[in-house]
Design a binder for this molecule. Structure first.
Ligand code: F3S
Length: 62
């Protein structure tokens, strides 16, 4: 299982993460958030974190 976090200070609202992986969604203020803090380990989650242009997403072991 992985713990997901989006740094709201860094996020520029690219939405690449939400497009790449259903574990992220966009909030009303145009930032991303994880749909759940802890999720099953899936390749798509890591791909989403890597596609963020400002590296606002962290994925750690939960
Ligand atoms: Fe924000 Fe990066 Fe996603 S800028 S919307 S966390 S791809």
């Amino acid at each position: 299982r992985w713990r997901l976090a989006v740094d709201a200070e860094q996020c520029i609202g690219s939405a690449a993460c939400a497009g790449a992986c259903a574990r992220f969604r966009m909030t009303d203020d145009g930032r991303a958030e994880p749909v759940a803090e802890v999720v099953d380990a899936e390749e798509a989650v890591r791909d989403a974190a890597e596609c963020c242009p400002v590296e606002a997403i962290t994925v750690t072991d939960a």
